[in-house]
Design a protein around this ligand. Structure first.
Ligand code: URA
Length: 247
């Protein structure tokens, strides 16, 4: 039993979700979850060339302008064809804090800037409470914002692993060129891209290292709009970020 418990904790099951334990081995057959079909619908691995081409193009970029141009010229991600604009970044590139979000939504696709819709307004509000702003010229108080994917996925569907994989070299180079002191990984997809981990409820608030930078996973503001009670944890995370900046 102890070994099982330790194994579950190692897998990340560190929270009880029911008051009483349920012996799932004793459940009648009828309530067993159906078995998954074999992975016929599994995502295909991205074409290796798409990733290699992205890496070559990204590493040739010498500054943010050439990186943006390299992304504009990249033809291997189908999202580009459905999107109106490339959403590259916003804020102050000298900022100590770089926020990495997921992908543009409708408003961002129209404007060509990340986080300008309702989630973006909440993001601005949240960070303003700890004295950080995307419009700030002083790098100490400034924010820089980019996304894992620069093009809007159709109907705001989740990013696909292959899309994230092929766009990752651009994000890596983006972080390298901006060279922030700290990264905020906003939500599960940013955590997956930067840390190779998902499970934001467990990850949030725990400092990690991504691309050599201290990285703080936080709830995505779109999640906070749906789940306002999670703002309490986000406030703690913002204070942790502020604290780290003062160290
Ligand atoms: N959500 C994101 O993750 N990024 C945006 O730019 C907008 C909404």
């Amino acid at each position: 039993m102890k070994a099982t418990l330790e194994w579950q904790i190692a897998c990340g099951a560190d929270e009880a979700i029911l008051d009483a334990p349920v012996d799932r081995t004793a459940l009648p057959k009828a309530v067993e979850r159906p078995r998954r079909a074999p992975a016929q619908n599994a995502e295909p691995e991205p074409d290796i060339d798409a990733v290699t081409i992205a890496r070559t193009a990204a590493s040739a970029a010498v500054d943010l302008e050439t990186l943006r141009a390299a992304m504009e010229a990249y033809e291997h991600c189908d999202l580009k064809r459905g999107a109106k604009k490339l959403v590259f970044s916003d804020g102050n590139a000298n900022a100590r804090v770089m926020i990495v979000g997921e992908a543009p939504g409708r408003d961002e696709d129209i404007e060509g800037r990340p986080f300008v819709g309702r989630a973006g307004q909440l993001l601005d509000q949240m960070f303003s409470h700890v004295g950080l702003f995307r419009t700030e010229s002083d790098s100490e108080k400034a924010l820089y914002i980019a996304n894992v994917l620069p093009w809007r996925p159709p109907q705001n569907r989740d990013p696909r692993p292959q899309e994230m994989k092929m766009m990752l070299p651009f994000l890596e180079r983006h972080v390298e060129l901006v060279d922030p002191d700290l990264i905020v990984a906003m939500g599960n997809h940013a955590c997956m891209a930067l840390l190779g981990q998902r499970g934001i409820t467990r990850l949030r608030g725990n400092w990690k290292k991504a691309l050599g930078k201290p990285t703080l996973p936080m709830f995505h503001p779109a999640y906070l709009l749906r789940t306002p009670e999670a703002k309490r944890e986000t406030w703690a995370d913002l204070l942790s970020l502020k604290d780290r900046l003062l160290k």
